[in-house]
Design a protein around this ligand. Structure first.
Ligand code: PMP
Length: 441
């Protein structure tokens, strides 16, 4: 592997060496880090990426999810170039593309009656929480341990590793910023009900926010009935149910995870794909009575959930997103990418069995996971909320081992011409033909 990097990635190394002087850590994006150094990309097309040295890679990173049509998809690119020539990147006024995307999302997910486009998934989660607090008059928010909902102060809690509280990922956040955030074990409805019940004495629960395929885009998969269970508990305790569909929206199905699991959330958070993989991408929507609170004001007698963003819903993002969703619908991209995901997963399972490797492969359609068996089999009940430092340490050890192992795996993939998300997640796209999947296997 090291030989590949030394011999084949000389120009990438030069860029990275220089970048370390000007960019913290030498990378602008957490996903870009790969051991021994990140490869510098210069071209993207369909199922493939190309680095500065001219090496070709199959792209299973897909920018963290949004390019389900394949990279640099011509129809979106052409629409964006056309618009750039007439209107430039930004107006700050209403552009028709904003209406087009809101209507298209409503067409795919009828429950999203109104939609406000924002600049990122992180901001959109912040907006959903704000709306929930106004709508319910409650204060607390509950997330599922390990889930990623962006990097706002109140959500960097139990991030990536269930039970880690704010200990592992970020410092610099005063305790009070996440004092109203609760974390529950993945898949544990009894624990969720316990928190909802106790929270009635502590200001009430404004919302329960979930990634519908399980925390970290399904790295901890949830049982098929879990989302329905969350729905009925939210109804019972007067909390809003928020689906974070930043990754699953227009990927697991055109109707998102809400269609896939047949569950109607109160609010849905979007990211990435609502700008077709272009910047800046995010948004929140739902039933009128909730989503409408983003525009409420003195005139309506209701409190208003203020949201903003200079580049939010700029014409380019809105048109790119609208075009992407229309194309996903026209081409059946979710089904095609899902079949590629099934083929990749089946092939990985065969390889793991044949070589008796300590990994588990599974998928939710086009979201494919390859995990260490140890990390998957850990029983969270031994440490969460029981203040057992030993339990947490043990889990951290396993997760550190996992991280090392997956990082080495990620580097090995690269040296063999495959880009993944940190070695453990592989997104498939419509551009992944059977031949490409077989080549990857
Ligand atoms: N929620 C989920 C499920 C995500 O995967 C992400 C981004 N990876 C976010 C929220 C945050 O979105 P953004 O990076 O656009 O802030």
């Amino acid at each position: 592997i090291l030989k590949y990097y030394d011999d084949q990635c000389k120009q990438s190394k030069e860029v990275f060496d220089e970048a370390q002087k000007y960019i913290p850590g030498g990378v602008q994006h957490n996903l870009a880090f790969n051991k021994p150094f990140p490869v510098c990309f210069s071209k993207a097309e369909g199922a493939y990426l190309y680095d500065k040295d001219g090496n070709q890679y199959i792209d299973f990173l897909q920018a963290g999810g949004p390019t389900i049509l394949g990279s640099n998809y011509p129809v979106i690119r052409d629409a964006v170039i056309d618009l750039l020539q007439t209107c430039g990147p930004v107006t700050g006024l209403l552009h028709e593309a904003e209406l087009l995307i809101a209507k298209e999302i409503n067409h795919c997910m009828p429950n999203v009656e109104m939609f406000r486009m924002l600049g990122s998934g992180t901001e959109s989660v912040m907006a959903a929480i704000r709306i929930s607090r106004i709508a319910t008059g409650h204060k607390r928010i509950i997330k599922v341990g390990g889930g990623y909902h962006g990097w706002s102060d109140q959500m960097v809690y139990g991030l990536k590793i269930p039970g880690s509280r704010n200990l592992l990922e970020s410092h610099g956040i005063p305790r009070k910023c996440f004092a109203l955030t609760d974390e529950v074990r993945p898949n544990d409805l009894d624990m969720l009900e316990g928190f909802l019940r106790i929270n009635r004495l502590k200001g009430g629960t404004a919302c329960v926010i979930v990634e519908p395929v399980g925390p970290e885009s399904g790295t901890r998969p949830v049982a098929a009935e879990y989302n329905k269970g969350v729905r009925s508990l939210c109804d019972k305790y007067g909390a809003l149910m928020v689906f974070d569909e930043v990754v699953t929206g227009f990927r697991v199905a055109l109707s998102g995870a809400q269609g896939y699991f047949d569950v109607v959330p109160d609010l849905t958070v979007f990211g990435k794909i609502v700008a077709g993989g272009y910047p800046s991408a995010g948004g929140v929507g739902g039933k009128k009575e909730y989503a409408g609170l983003m525009a409420a004001g003195v005139a309506t007698g209701k409190h208003r959930a203020y949201v903003g963003g200079t580049l939010a819903a700029n014409p380019l993002s809105a048109l790119a997103g609208y075009t992407a969703i229309k194309e996903i619908e026209r081409t059946n991209a979710c089904e095609i990418a899902g079949r590629a995901g099934d083929r990749l997963t089946d092939g990985l399972k065969d390889l793991l069995a044949r070589y008796e490797l300590p990994f588990v492969a599974y998928n939710q359609g086009s979201i494919v996971h390859l995990e260490c068996t140890g990390a998957m089999s850990y029983d969270f009940s031994s440490y969460l909320f029981v203040k057992s430092a030993l339990g947490l340490l043990k889990y951290q050890d396993i997760m550190t081992e996992r991280k090392d192992s997956m990082e080495r795996m990620g580097a090995a993939y690269m040296a063999n011409g495959i880009v993944t998300l940190a070695g453990s997640r592989l997104y498939t796209s419509m551009a992944d033909t059977d031949e490409i999947i077989d080549e990857a296997l």
